[in-house]
Design a protein around this ligand. Sequence first.
Ligand code: ZN
Length: 84
Amino acid sequence: MADRQMAGRGAGDRFRSACCAGELCSICRNPAYAKVEETIFDDDPIGIRHPLTAYVCREHFRQIMGGRGVDLLEAARRQTSGSG
Ligand SMILES: [Zn+2]
């Protein structure tokens, strides 16, 4: 767990999961910050399948999720880890 926590500190004091290590953003090829996953709705014609996933950098994660939400998430993570 300690290795995972240490790997979680990347640029600045932002959390970055060790699961993103070595992965690149599927849009711009910068280092990955998060992994996003499709929600398969009940009325999908192929309801039983693995959802599409993609690694994204922080900037593209912000574009997808909305900047304010990402800011709030990062603030909560800092508060939880006691570093902010
Ligand atoms: Zn990107």
